[in-house]
Design a protein around this ligand. Structure first.
Ligand code: TMP
Length: 250
């Protein structure tokens, strides 16, 4: 059921953000729209919004349990969550544990190569420019964030990586790489924001060796492999299993 909401604040490719009756809170609606290659490729994937909302809520809970500050407050309905209102920093932070995607297109590094220590890449979040890779010097020149904030973002991202990688490993899921966005709330606190879902992560099934069949994330859509929603469903099912086991054990 659609919750009561105020005015639309922002509409992105996969989510809509609405006002609530509290200034510091927003309602986030997860859409079924899937896009890739800066929205050159589009589809409506029934059930995707609901699954990404639930997966994100669970993963934000995993992080919050370890004192990682996130914008997530609660899930209100299948496709909706309440989050702290933040100003999004226009950077996409990608942490990579295994080489895939643009890293293999843009460097001689071969897909599947383990990256130890993990690699952190920063991108400038700007659709018109195609979200280009950005350097420390360009971030400073554009005045996007201070170097202290950049260090805080990088440290938090590596911490998120360890927590998510270990959590997913227990479920036989390999966290290949993922993208985070950060926001600043009205108190000036830096929060992991946006979403953490198979739209924004690469996740491989550790139980499957076949390099295509093991893909449980948006690469199924990017590469026309089919079974996108089923793959997201498998990720959700395993995460739900972990949460219900924890509840039974405690
Ligand atoms: P990349 O290999 O295309 O650079 O993607 C790295 C990770 O970031 C991958 O898990 C997918 C995610 N990602 C997004 O969430 N949004 C984007 O716009 C892009 C390009 C990647």
């Amino acid at each position: 059921m659609k919750p009561d909401h105020g005015q639309l604040i922002y509409e992105g490719k996969a989510k809509r953000i609405f006002q609530t009756d509290q200034d510091d809170r927003v309602l986030v609606e997860f859409k079924n729209d899937a896009t890739a290659f800066n929205a050159l490729k589009r589809a409506d994937l029934k059930g995707k919004g609901k699954m990404n909302c639930q997966i994100s809520a669970y993963l934000f809970e995993v992080l919050q349990a370890e004192a990682v500050p996130t914008h997530y407050l609660s899930q209100v309905d299948d496709c909706w969550m309440i989050a702290q209102r933040v100003e999004i920093i226009p950077l996409e932070v990608v942490v990579r544990n295994i080489a895939a995607g643009s890293l293999c297109r843009e460097t001689p590094i071969k897909e599947g190569e383990e990256l130890s220590p993990p690699l952190l890449d920063l991108y400038f979040k700007d659709d018109e420019l195609g979200d280009p890779l950005i350097t420390e010097a360009r971030i400073a020149k554009l005045g996007l964030i201070s170097s202290d904030q950049r260090l805080e973002i990088e440290n938090l991202s590596f911490r998120v990586n360890i927590l998510l990688k270990n959590f997913l490993k227990r479920l036989d899921l390999i966290l290949v790489d993922f993208k985070l966005e950060f926001g600043i709330n009205k108190n000036g606190q830096l929060l992991v924001s946006d979403e953490i879902s198979p739209d924004t992560c690469r996740i491989w099934d550790q139980r499957i060796l076949d390099p295509k069949k093991r893909i449980l994330d948006k690469d199924r859509f990017r590469q026309d492999l089919g079974g996108v929603v089923d793959a997201y469903g498998e990720v959700l099912k395993r995460i739900q299993g972990a949460f219900s086991n924890d509840r039974t054990c405690s």
